[in-house]
Design a protein around this ligand. Structure first.
Ligand SMILES: [Zn+2]
Length: 216
């Protein structure tokens, strides 16, 4: 991996909360030469069997900057985030797409190659495909290696997730853990890995429950 690295430039915010999408975002390293995206493992169809999955093409036409992303190794952990800042209770598709655009724009302004998260879950329980699994996420400063990123739209210090959103979170985590053989102890909230309140107390309590589930 290191042999591929031509240049490393970390883009990050100093521990603060973003004004609009408030997770502590932790950037893409800019490195390897561009390469074609690998075919996706059947993780997407595995998720799709259990929850409504919206493919990337359904919400954006913005192409990822492959030269700014690092090829993924084996995923061995998974981190849950929230978008933070404001509450989000949208169930209408276009309103959610507007939110997703906001996250993507914010990440691209920070010179990330793409939206930092692999999956985003909205208040209606839809799961939106984000960054390709061919690449590392950009979501926890210094902890992106082998770390899948799942983000829930909303601020879960200020609101509770809807039943549908929570159910989709559990199903998505289950599918990802099964696909990548991730033990339950390796399911984190952002706050476990960095100085952040993310994903908020009303989601973090579920992460703590998940950790008690017997490992695969
Ligand atoms: Zn976060």
């Amino acid at each position: 991996m290191t042999a591929e690295i031509q240049q490393t430039r970390r883009t990050f915010l100093k521990g603060s909360v973003l004004p609009v999408f408030g997770t502590m975002l932790c950037g893409d390293m800019i490195l390897a030469a561009p390469e074609d995206e690998k075919p996706q493992p059947d993780v997407l169809s595995s998720i799709e069997r259990n929850v409504p999955l919206m493919r990337r093409s359904e919400w954006t036409v913005v192409a990822p900057r492959l030269d700014r992303m690092r090829k993924a190794g084996r995923f061995h952990r998974l981190t849950i985030h929230h978008s933070g800042s404001t509450k989000a209770v949208h169930t209408i598709k276009n309103a959610v797409i507007h939110d997703l655009d906001g996250v993507l724009t914010s990440h691209r302004q920070r010179r990330y190659g793409d939206i930092g998260y692999h999956f985003i879950i909205d208040y209606a329980g839809r799961v939106w495909e984000g960054r390709s699994h061919a690449f590392q996420g950009a979501h926890v400063l210094g902890e992106n290696e082998g770390n899948l990123a799942v983000m829930l739209l909303g601020n879960f210090d200020k609101q509770k997730p809807s039943e549908q959103q929570l159910a989709s979170m559990y199903k998505t985590i289950h599918a990802l853990r099964k696909q990548y053989v991730i033990p339950s102890k390796n399911v984190y909230g952002h706050r476990d890995l960095g100085a952040s309140a993310c994903p908020g107390k009303h989601v973090y309590s579920h992460i703590l429950k998940l950790r008690k589930i017997a490992s695969v």
